[in-house]
Design a protein around this ligand. Structure first.
Ligand SMILES: NC(=O)c1ccc[n+]([C@@H]2O[C@H](COP(=O)([O-])OP(=O)(O)OC[C@H]3O[C@@H](n4cnc5c(N)ncnc54)[C@H](OP(=O)(O)O)[C@@H]3O)[C@@H](O)[C@H]2O)c1
Length: 275
C-alpha cells in the first residue's frame, strides 16, 4: 500500500460512509468516522468514532480538534453525512429548505473550514465531497435534496480553485442509487405530510426512487471509488459511480434538448396512467 493517511469520514455510522471508513481502515489508513450518536452502532475494525453533528459549528470544531490532538495532522476529509428531504417544491417552506441545506451544504462547509487551516499548514490535503447524480438532474419531489447537491458542487468547484495553491485537491464523487439506509432515513417536508394536491404523485415518485435505491449496488462500490480518488496522484475533479442506465441518462441530458430530457425524467417518476 501507498503511505498510510489520516482520514476523517463524516456520517460513518451507516451506508456509504460506513463502507468508506471500513474499506480505508482495511487498507491500513488511520480512519476517524463521525456520527451524531457514537453509541448507536459498533464501528468497523480500526475505525475510531467521534461525535459530530454537522449542523453545529461547535460540534464540528470539537471533533476536528480531537482528531488533530490524537493524530497531529489530517490528510483526507470525506464529507459524506447527509439525508434526503422529500416533498413538492410548493410544499417546501423556507424552513424545510434550510433544514436540508443545514446538513447537506452547510455541513460540508463547516467541516471544510475546520480542516483547511491544518491542511494549508501542511501544504497538502484532499477533500472528497460525496455529491450525487441528483446534482446533475432535478428529480421531482426531491427538489430540496437536489438543490443541496447542486449547491455543494458549485461550492466545491470554487473551493477547488481557491485551495489548489496550497496543495489541496477537491474531488466530487457522484453516486447513483446505492443500497444504504438512505431511503429509510428520508424525511418529508411539513406541508407534504398533509398535502392533498401533490400527495399521490409525490408518494409514487419517492417510492420509485426508494425501490431503485434498495435495488442499487452495495455502498462499497462508492467506497472503492473514494479509495481510488485518494490513491490517485492527480485525482479527477469528478468521479461518477453509476449503473449503465444512469450513465446513459447523464449522456442523454448532455445531448437531448432540455424539454425532451425533462419529459423523460417526468415519465420515469410519473404515476402510472389509470386504465
Ligand atoms: N444512497 C444513495 O442512493 C445515495 C446516492 C447518492 C448520494 N448519496 C449521498 O451519500 C451520503 C451518505 O448517504 P447514505 O446513502 O450512506 O445514507 P445513510 O445510510 O442514511 O447514512 C447517512 C449518514 O449521514 C449521517 N448524518 C446524517 N445527518 C447528519 C448530521 N446532521 N450530522 C452528522 N452526521 C449526519 C448519519 O449518521 P448519524 O445518523 O449516525 O449521525 C449516517 O451515518 C449522503 O450525502 C447522500 O446524499 C446517497
Amino acid at each position: 500500500m501507498a503511505e498510510a493517511k489520516i482520514i476523517l469520514v463524516t456520517g460513518a455510522s451507516s451506508g456509504i460512509g460506513a463502507a468508506i471508513a471500513k474499506r480505508l481502515a482495511g487498507e491500513g489508513h488511520t480512519v476517524f468516522g463521525t456520527s451524531r450518536n457514537t453509541g448507536s452502532a459498533a464501528p468497523a475494525d480500526g475505525v475510531r468514532m467521534l461525535t459530530m453533528d454537522v449542523r453545529r459549528d461547535d460540534s464540528v470544531a470539537q471533533a476536528v480538534a480531537q482528531l488533530l490532538a490524537a493524530a497531529g495532522r489530517i490528510d483526507v476529509l470525506v464529507n459524506n453525512a447527509g439525508f434526503g428531504l422529500a416533498g413538492a417544491i410548493e410544499d417546501t417552506a423556507p424552513d424545510d429548505m434550510r433544514r436540508q441545506l443545514e446538513t447537506n451544504l452547510l455541513g460540508p462547509l463547516r467541516v471544510c473550514q475546520a480542516v483547511l487551516p491544518a491542511m494549508r499548514e501542511q501544504g497538502r490535503g484532499r477533500i472528497i465531497q460525496i455529491s450525487s447524480l441528483g446534482a446533475r438532474v432535478g428529480i421531482p419531489f426531491q427538489g430540496a435534496y437536489c438543490a443541496s447537491k447542486f449547491a455543494l458542487e458549485g461550492m466545491s468547484e470554487a473551493l477547488s480553485i481557491e485551495v489548489k495553491p496550497f496543495g489541496i485537491d477537491v474531488v466530487m464523487i457522484e453516486p447513483g442509487d446505492t443500497n444504504s439506509n438512505f431511503p429509510n432515513a428520508r424525511e418529508w417536508t411539513e406541508a407534504a405530510k398533509s398535502s392533498a394536491i401533490y400527495a399521490a404523485r409525490a408518494r409514487h415518485a419517492v417510492a420509485v426512487m426508494a425501490k431503485a435505491e434498495h435495488a442499487g449496488p452495495p455502498a462499497d462500490k462508492v467506497a472503492r471509488l473514494v479509495s481510488r480518488a485518494i490513491a490517485a496522484k492527480r485525482p479527477k475533479l469528478r468521479y461518477v459511480c453509476a449503473t449503465p442506465i444512469e450513465r446513459a441518462a447523464i449522456t442523454a441530458r448532455r445531448l437531448l434538448p432540455g424539454r425532451v430530457f425533462e419529459g423523460v425524467v417526468g415519465a420515469v417518476y410519473a404515476l402510472p396512467k389509470a386504465k
